[in-house]
Design a protein around this ligand. Structure first.
Ligand code: C2E
Ligand code: MG
Ligand code: MG
Length: 757
């Protein structure tokens, strides 16, 4: 700052000094022939000497580079120089007292001129300006005081006034100059800083800078970009941006890429700023994605081109595409995922409302997939899922949309035409296609599929459609799997009831609100009670009595069967412990219980806690246990038998009725399902079948019990066929514990008990 101030004064040195010499010579000329001439000549010589010295100094240092800084000494030197010069000049007004009128006028003008000239020329160094004007003022006042008269007083006063005005203006000027200097310095500092940053950016950042002129001709690009392009500056700079860009051939770009370029051109035509515009270029034959950001440059309102940054975003774009893919596709099967499926339903709903195009949603659940997964391992399960996905794709029509929702759940959106008949035909095709055996790397596998169908209406929404299809799927599974079901409104009501039961069942198990009923099993011939079957009962506070056939499957689905089963075991054993020793208790076990590790402990704990002998406990299992049989199921059955408890095969004949189960596991008892009993006294075939089963069991030393015996006629046939035990309303309906004890007291019961429970 100081250097700049001194420099400003220095710049005016030649003129100032020339003016000094000229003024001194004028005064000398004016006093020519006067008696004061010698004194004036001496004075003029002094002024000229000082001025010439200053000029010499100026000339000597003229070639030197402008100093960046100056010390306080430099300022002091200037002030001192000014002091000497002004001290000499202060003698000039003293000539006033000896001057004639003409001379006075010249002296007055010269002094006033010097005052003003110095005041402004020295303004950048206020101290120097102050010294000069003050010295001149003192000289003037003294000179005027020596020349008495009114005009001198007036002139002295005027002098002081001028002096003050000049000083004040020169100080104001000085302040203004230094402010401007400061602002200049700040902005140049900023420019330096920005320049530094830009240099650093060009050298180190992966982004590059670019600049085009008003005709979009390239004026500058970072060397980094030239390197990437393998081009030289001359190949690039000066060319039109659109020509210089290595745009790929039409065939290599997508519509979206071309849109990117079009939008960029439109923005530039409109001279608008743009940000992160993506552009596909071809470098060395490979497509790369660039992102450009720029702002238009205007100078004095005129468009001067664009200045911006760019960077290669190929990797980021790939990553983004990958993420987008992952968000919408199932990695395992390479078909759409749940999110994409929901979106597709949204679009189909829009088309339905807008153009009345019907569509249907199919939810698919593989039957017995879990057993493949459990027995063969997850990699095989994955392989199977991939095969299923391919088959689904091959069965549906081109415009139908197949997705995997997760696990073994798939979904299909059937577009128009989608009449009930079309849908049925496709659903039947799917069921058949999925059921065909699969050739996997480990061998053959078989799964089935259950399908729930919901047809969309204009009022549908994504969630309700899926829920409806889900309810239909639930029904398809309940009705025996390997089939499809359409959603019907009653399913909704059923679902609500199921939901309520589910909610309340957990509480019922925890608060002991369930109870047990006991139904006797008696010897066919003698009617002697050999045991009871424990049957779970639940009276709901709102819905009344709920059949176990309804709440047991729900408990299975919702993971409550473990605790429910444990409770039944404990209660049944407790009740049975109070009966005579030869009376057994039968407890039903769900296949789901075999999938939980707690079953064995629950049985052991019940026996231990109640002191019931193990051979008095009979566990009833159904054939469905063997459907997704795993080695674990066999192992736990074995373990239970080793404990000493008996195992009965329940409901034989109701389901798959394969005699191979009898070979697979050594059952103690076989309970023939009541469906065989209905017509046993009228239908010869039923009697023959039951007779031969009884025969086989006799050979294998398995006790046979027939369930659901309601009439004496049925019992009589069974007695003739050699059936060991019977169970049914003829003997007794299920009764509560107290009544069971009473029945035992009578022991032999032939007629149906009156109370139903
Ligand atoms: P289930 O084990 O086959 O039990 C026999 C069912 O047949 C009982 O129905 C019983 O009341 C009924 N029944 C007995 N005699 C006759 C008859 O002469 N005629 C007719 N029409 N029906 C007869 P319930 O109590 O409704 O039980 C249904 C099923 O619920 C049972 O079939 C059993 O599989 C299951 N269940 C009941 N309690 C439990 C339990 O504590 N745990 C498990 N896991 N399942 C249970
Ligand atoms: Mg049973
Ligand atoms: Mg049964």
């Amino acid at each position: 700052m100081r250097a700049a101030q001194i420099e400003a004064v220095r710049r005016s040195t030649p003129w100032m000094m020339a003016a000094n010499v000229a003024n001194a010579l004028i005064l000398l000329a004016v006093f020519r022939g006067s008696e004061m001439f010698v004194a004036v000549a001496a004075w003029a010589t002094a002024v000229s000497a000082i001025a010439i010295y200053a000029l010499y100094r100026w000339f000597a240092t003229r070639q030197r580079a402008k100093p960046e800084s100056a010390s306080l000494r430099g300022v002091r030197r200037t002030v001192t120089h000014t002091l000497i010069l002004s001290a000499v000049w202060s003698f000039a007004p003293m000539l006033f007292s000896v001057a004639d009128a003409d001379q006075k006028a010249i002296i007055g003008s010269l002094v006033a001129g010097m005052l003003c000239g110095a005041g402004f020329a020295l303004a950048t160094i206020p101290a120097a300006a102050l010294v000069f004007t003050t010295m001149l003022a003192i000289g003037s006042v003294v000179g005027l005081a020596l020349a008495p008269g009114w005009s001198s007083v007036t002139l002295a006063l005027l002098n002081v006034l001028y002096n003050s005005v000049v000083l004040a203006s020169s100080l104001a000027l000085a302040r203004m100059l230094s402010e401007r200097l400061e602002a200049q310095m700040r902005s140049s500092e900023q420019r330096d800083y920005i320049g530094l940053l830009l240099n650093d950016f060009e050298e180190h950042a992966s982004d590059w800078l670019w600049m085009v002129d008003e005709n979009w001709r390239i004026r500058h690009v970072s060397s980094r970009l030239l390197e990437a392009l393998g081009a030289t500056e001359s190949q690039f700079v000066g060319r039109s941006l659109l020509r210089a860009l290595p745009l790929p051939d039409r065939g290599q770009t997508s519509d979206k890429d071309r849109d990117g370029l079009r939008e960029l051109v439109l923005a530039m035509r409109a001279r608008k700023p743009f940000r992160d515009r993506e552009l596909v270029v071809s470098i060395g034959g490979a497509p790369r994605a660039w992102s450009l950001t720029a702002t238009p440059v205007f100078e004095a309102g005129a468009f001067r081109g664009y200045r911006g940054v760019g960077r290669d975003v190929t990797q980021a774009r790939e990553a983004r595409r990958r993420i987008e893919y992952l968000a919408r596709y199932d990695v395992l099967t390479d078909i759409a995922n749940r999110a994409a499926f929901n979106d597709e339903i949204g679009r189909a709903l829009y088309r339905l409302r807008k153009r009345g195009e019907p569509f249907a949603v199919l939810l698919l659940d593989l039957d017995h997939f879990k057993s493949v997964n459990d027995t063969q391992g997850h990699p095989v399960g994955d392989e199977l899922l991939r095969h299923v996905a391919r088959r689904l794709e091959s069965v549906v029509r081109e415009d139908d949309f197949v997705a995997r929702l997760g696990g073994d759940e798939f979904a299909i959106l059937l577009g128009a035409p989608a009449t009930a008949t079309d849908i049925e035909a496709i659903a039947a095709r799917i069921v058949a296609a999925i059921a065909a055996p699969y050739l996997l790397s480990v061998g053959e596998a078989v799964v089935g599929v259950s399908i729930g169908v919901a047809c969309a209406s204009a009022e549908s929404d994504v969630d309700t459609l899926i829920r409806h299809a889900d309810l239909a799927l639930y029904r398809a599974k309940r009705e025996g799997r390997g089939r499809y079901c359409f959603f019907e409104p009653e399913l909704d009501a059923a679902a609500r009831r199921r939901h309520q039961i589910e909610m309340d069942l957990r509480e019922a198990i925890e608060t002991d609100t369930l109870s047990l009923a006991f139904q006797p099993l008696s010897r066919t011939a003698s009617g002697r009670i050999v045991g009871f079957e424990a049957l779970a009962r639940w009276r709901h506070h709102e819905l009344g009595p709920i059949s176990p056939a309804e709440f047991i499957p729900l408990a299975e689905d919702r993971g409550m069967i473990g605790s429910l089963g444990a409770w039944v075991l404990m209660q049944a054993c407790k009740t049975a412990a109070s009966w005579p020793e030869e009376v057994r208790i039968a407890v039903n076990l769900s296949p789901v219980q075999f999938r939980t590790p707690r079953l064995f402990d629950d049985v052991r704990r019940a026996l231990h806690a109640t002191g019931l002998a193990p051979q008095r406990l009979e566990l009833e299992v159904t054939e469905s246990l063997f459907l997704d049989a795993t080695p674990a199921v066999d192992a736990s059955l074995q373990a239970l038998r080793q404990l000493g408890v008996r195992v009965a095969l329940d409901d034989f004949g109701a389901g798959y009725s394969s005699l191979s189960y009898l070979r697979r596991f050594r059952f103690d008892k076989l309970k023939i399902d009541r469906s065989f009993v209905d017509s046993i006294d009228t239908d010869l075939a039923s009697a023959a079948i039951v007779g031969s089963i009884i025969g086989i069991c006799g050979e294998l030393d398995i006790t046979v019990c027939v369930e659901g015996v309601e009439t004496e006629g049925q019992r009589a046939v069974l007695e003739r066929l050699g059936c060991d035990e019977v169970q049914g309303y003829l003997i007794s309906r299920p009764v509560e514990a107290g009544e069971a004890a009473a029945l035992l007291d009578r022991r032999e019961v032939r007629t149906a008990a009156s109370s139903g429970f």
